[in-house]
Design a protein around this ligand. Structure first.
Ligand SMILES: C[S@@+](CC[C@H](N)C(=O)[O-])C[C@H]1O[C@@H](n2cnc3c(N)ncnc32)[C@H](O)[C@@H]1O
Length: 278
């Protein structure tokens, strides 16, 4: 990632060993945790079933693609990411055939052949606005192809017993991202932007959730939440990080604890506007 990109997206910095290893661990845990419900979606999706080539934008350390690939081994996959460090990890991890990784910025990436499907998982929240994203995706996706946007659904996420300090940290972080003009809090607007764009159609929107019962002490679930706090702290917003860590540690011991993380999946179809019959 260039210094300019890093300065406006500090949370994604991977140039120190600590940051790269935290992201590596977090992306692995998030894949483990959420992939089962995402697979339920992909197995029932006919556009996905037909797609022969897939571009994963912001592929990170490749753990998502490497875990997905064995379920759909007949497809070819290209993963791109701005982070050198994460792309190197992705290349080292890639075991399946038909999977390549490349260090590239989505907005300047070009491909000779358009893809049948584009995945954007947990990246749209870090970008600013939707128009340039849709414009660039339409250059890379064949008409009729599908763009899958997968993001957390904060309104559909909760802990029991409540963790008010942790919730406050998340809210402060969201405000901070909003001030930095990032999409994190604006994902609800994407469907409206698509409705006004003749090149795109919203073909499916799903809100899924991953419920988990505690106690969470020493689980990978707790570790994932701790990493979220560490990364939010590094994003430069001021908040109650140590208090949130203490609160989570205490919550995680409770045998009657529960956590639900919401996920939102939007499937956007790239319409061939020039050849549409009206
Ligand atoms: C939260 S990670 C998600 C990684 C992966 N998609 C997953 O679900 O495990 C977001 C990734 O997007 C990458 N990214 C951010 N802006 C990008 C851009 N303009 N082009 C390519 N990658 C980008 C970051 O470097 C980071 O690795």
């Amino acid at each position: 990632m260039t210094t300019a990109q890093a300065a406006e997206n500090e949370i994604l910095l991977t140039s120190t060993d600590r940051a790269a290893s935290d992201w590596d661990e977090l992306l692995r845990l998030q894949t483990e945790m959420f992939l089962p419900v995402e697979l339920e979606f992909f197995f029932s999706n006919s556009s996905w079933a037909r797609a022969g080539s897939v571009l994963d934008v912001g592929c990170g350390n490749g753990s998502y693609l490497s875990t997905l690939q064995p379920f759909f081994p007949q497809k070819t996959y290209v993963g791109i990411d701005v982070s050198d460090e994460l792309v190197r990890l992705a290349e080292a991890r890639a075991s399946g055939d038909g999977m390549t990784f490349e260090q590239a910025d989505f907005f300047s990436y070009r491909s000779e052949e358009p893809f049948d499907a584009i995945l954007m998982r947990l990246i749209v929240q870090h970008l600013s606005g939707f128009d340039s994203l849709l414009e660039q995706a339409s250059l890379l996706l064949r008409p009729g192809g599908a763009l899958y946007v997968i993001e957390p659904d904060i309104e559909n996420s909760r802990t029991f017993p409540r963790t008010p300090v942790f919730d406050r940290v998340v809210r402060d972080f969201e405000k901070h991202r909003e001030l930095s003009d990032k999409n994190r809090k604006r994902l609800g607007e994407l469907a409206g932007v698509v409705a006004r764009n003749p090149d795109w159609r919203l073909s499916r929107e799903l809100r899924l959730s991953v419920p988990t019962v505690g106690p969470f002490a020493e689980t990978s679930h707790l570790r994932m939440m701790q990493l979220w706090i560490d990364l939010m702290e590094r994003s430069g917003c001021l908040s109650l990080f140590d208090a949130a860590r203490d609160e989570l540690a205490c919550w995680s011991e409770n045998p009657a604890s529960f956590c639900q993380v919401g996920i939102r999946i939007l499937q956007l179809k790239h319409v061939d506007a020039q050849h549409q019959i009206h």
